[in-house]
Ligand binder design. Structure first.
Ligand code: ADP
Length: 311
């Protein structure tokens, strides 16, 4: 099978609101697909359609070759789904939660024992297996929720902002697990607001207003998302330089980034030379200018800004 997840023109309307608008995407087996978009962009609705939790208004989707509408029940046993609002039983222990979900997924007692044992180790939950879920930190709750979602060894995993509100150290260890699941063949589609997480994805899908506005790996998005060049300017007086650049229509998105200014130059060809002249001819600053690659955050902001201009 070439793709684990394949979606064509998937659409979901809620009354007159088009929450997901002709979304088309495909994910290869074992890949991590990062799903990015501002709040309300349509990420959760897309993921919920793929998991068979809500029915699309139109369009098609296949998970592992199964139709998301006709085969919704079959799909449920082959996928894992974890949302922000994951439902752990807070008055049960870690072990009891895992046992409960093993029952939900229909594992027999031997399968459950073996699998829970594996997960207690791989998710670093063994030492706290007798703790009540309600007493765990946010990051540990998330690991447990992930454990509950992958008890049945799903081939495809949908994660809807799984690390929202979790501290950076816990997010990192959560992603180490995601990464190892992917390397062992699990296909993962994960929505996130965190750009450092999204950068670890093999493929990125950016959604805005229900529509996919960019799709590809990070290198591809770096090449295509920005018009013109991103310049990094090292200068003495940042405020003056920012004001200067903002006064010229050839520059967009002029921002302070650490000790530098980043500015998107959208002027004529050989713009970099022109930029240097602009600054030195004005005899304003002793500047050091180079072309740099945009960060994912800069790509994301640029994509969203473009859409807002179009609208
Ligand atoms: P995201 O996950 O990107 O934040 P959602 O998929 O949750 O976005 O929401 C997309 C749009 O659909 C939003 O405008 C949201 O208010 C709307 N929406 C989501 N679920 C429902 C629902 N059950 N009924 C009506 N509108 C909904």
């Amino acid at each position: 099978m070439e793709y684990s997840v394949k979606v064509d023109n998937l659409t979901k309307n809620f009354g007159t609101l088009v929450a997901v608008d002709n979304v088309t995407l495909a994910i290869k087996p074992g890949q991590i697909c990062g799903f990015l978009g501002p709040n309300g962009a349509g990420k959760s609705t897309t993921l919920r359609m793929l998991c068979g939790l809500i029915t699309p208004t139109s369009g098609q989707g296949e998970i592992l070759g199964l139709d998301i509408v006709k085969d919704a029940e079959k799909i449920k046993s082959k996928i894992g789904y974890m949302s922000q609002r994951f439902s752990l039983y807070l008055d049960l222990t870690v072990l009891e939660n895992l046992k409960f979900y093993a029952g939900v997924y229909g594992l027999d007692s031997l399968q459950a024992k073996v699998r829970i044992n594996e997960l207690l180790d791989s998710l670093s939950l063994r030492e706290i297996q007798e703790s009540l879920a309600g007493t765990l930190s946010g990051g540990t709750k998330q690991r447990l929720a992930l454990g509950c979602a992958i008890l049945h060894n799903p081939k495809v995993l949908f994660l809807d902002e799984p690390t929202a509100g979790v501290d950076p150290v816990a997010r990192r260890s959560f992603w180490a697990i995601i990464y190892s699941l992917s390397r062992s063949g699990t296909t993962i589609m994960v929505s996130t607001h965190y750009m450092d997480e999204a950068e670890q994805s093999d493929e990125l899908v950016v959604i805005y207003g229900g529509k996919i506005i960019a799709n590809g790996n990070l290198a591809y998005l770096r090449k295509t998302a920005l018009s013109g060049e991103l310049l990094e300017i090292n200068c003495v007086d940042m405020t003056r330089t920012i004001n200067l650049l903002n006064s010229v229509s050839d520059y967009k998105s002029v921002n302070k980034t650490g000790n530098y200014i980043h500015a998107n130059y959208i002027g004529a060809e050989n713009g970099v030379v022109f930029t240097g002249n602009l600054l030195t001819n004005n005899n304003i600053l002793n500047s050091d200018i180079k072309v740099v690659q945009p960060s994912l955050e800069e790509i994301f902001v640029s994509l969203i800004n473009k859409e807002q201009v179009i609208k």
